[in-house]
Design a protein around this ligand. Structure first.
Ligand SMILES: Cc1cc2nc3c(=O)[nH]c(=O)nc-3n(C[C@H](O)[C@H](O)[C@H](O)COP(=O)(O)O)c2cc1C
Length: 361
């Protein structure tokens, strides 16, 4: 059976299909539990949550499913030196973005208070709550944290955008490695080289990693139906992680307009940009995303740029100026068909099984 893999065994799940966790408040308990209850692995992106919020979410997930699930954090969650930027750099950003704030008729934001990393406090909660699976991006947790996860039987999953990163994750002893391809929606989780020079596609990255690394690999990026699951498995993937197709389902915590955009013609074009958070992420190309290409000098480091842009985003949503927003999504969006997570799971499983049965016939 195609679904009996090393990854499904380690994760204790029936089907090696992971629902990609979504940070930035786009995950939902309903989506996680729907996917886990259907035999896959639901994932909750918790990097913006306070420790208490993570406890609450974990308890809600535990109440909604008795199957394995995953909670996800960002190991490195700031690029700002001392959590801040100089007044001069902040003025430069204000100047670059002023026309957009003017267009929306809102004031430019003040310089945000220094940002302090939240990872250490968040991970304490993970160790306390003991979700069956802990996945992370933007780096490798310390040896001590990984050792505690092992002792507590929490399965760990790290994300790689290059072969070097996969080797680093394997050396650290993580249980499973995600090969995160360039096609994927959301942020590129690069942590050794800049994201701009870590742009290998899923199926090349998967093969490079399979050549050199023994840890089971999960393919992520551009997978949304059974044929692409079968293709990933044929190339040696032990599991797949699907983001954009689940983000477009009613159960995710996206807005109705975001889901509409993912099913619209606009989704044919996507852009990788640092303009919206300070880190490189993929979303549906919009007027503002196009305008801001090659203007990186005026962007603040992550997450100060996210805070700065949150004002613009809020006003753009209120005024329905959709061309001033980057709606997160991957290159595969134009083939999406399903709006219910259980139907998406069912269709992926049927298609993958039919594909492998056809090979045997
Ligand atoms: C809106 C959005 C937010 C995401 N946030 C996270 C995150 O916080 N942590 C993470 O590990 N992956 C995150 N991802 C990546 C997904 O979990 C998944 O690996 C990726 O979407 C797979 O590629 P696909 O979009 O082509 O299916 C995010 C993806 C999207 C689209």
């Amino acid at each position: 059976m195609w679904y009996k893999t090393k990854a499904s065994e380690i994760l204790g799940i029936e089907y090696p299909i992971l629902q990609g966790p979504f940070g930035g408040n786009l995950s939902s308990v309903e989506l996680v539990s729907t996917v886990s209850n259907a035999g896959g692995l639901g994932g909750y992106g918790a990097y913006t949550l306070s420790p208490q919020e993570i406890v609450d979410v974990d308890q809600q997930i535990k109440a909604a499913t008795n199957k394995p699930y995953n909670i996800n954090l960002w190991v490195s969650d700031t690029d700002a030196v001392d959590g801040t930027v100089s007044d001069e750099q902040f003025k430069q950003s204000q100047q670059l973005f002023k026309p957009y704030f003017d267009e929306l008729g809102i004031a430019l934001p003040e310089k945000p208070a220094p940002f302090r990393s939240r990872f250490e406090n968040q991970v304490e909660v993970i160790l306390h709550q003991k979700p069956p699976v802990f996945s992370f991006m933007f780096g490798t947790p310390s040896a001590d944290i990984l050792e505690q996860c092992r002792k507590l039987a929490i399965v760990t999953i790290g994300a790689a955008t290059t072969l070097d990163e996969a080797i680093a994750l394997e050396s650290a002893g993580v249980d499973l490695i995600i090969a995160s391809g360039f096609e994927a929606g959301g942020h590129r989780p690069s942590f050794l080289a800049p994201a701009e020079s870590s742009t290998t596609g899923t199926f090349v990255l998967l093969q490079l990693i399979k050549e050199k690394v023994k840890t089971p690999v999960i393919a992520a990026g551009g997978i949304a139906n059974g044929k692409s699951v079968a293709a990933a498995m044929a190339l040696g993937a032990d599991a797949v992680q699907i983001g954009t197709a689940f983000l477009a389902c009613d159960e995710s915590n996206t807005t109705a307009i975001h889901r509409q955009m993912l099913f619209s013609d606009a989704a044919k074009y996507t852009t990788l940009s640092r303009a919206f958070t300070g880190r490189l992420g993929r979303g549906i190309t919009s007027r503002i995303a196009k305008d801001l290409i090659h203007k990186e000098k005026g962007f603040l480091p992550f997450p100060l740029q996210t805070q700065f842009m949150s004002h613009l985003r809020k006003a753009a949503i209120e005024q329905e100026k959709w061309d001033m927003i980057l709606f997160w999504g991957g290159q595969i969006a134009p083939i999406l068909k399903h709006t219910k997570a259980s139907e998406l799971m069912k269709s992926i499983l049927e298609e993958t099984t039919a594909y492998f049965d056809h090979l045997k016939a």
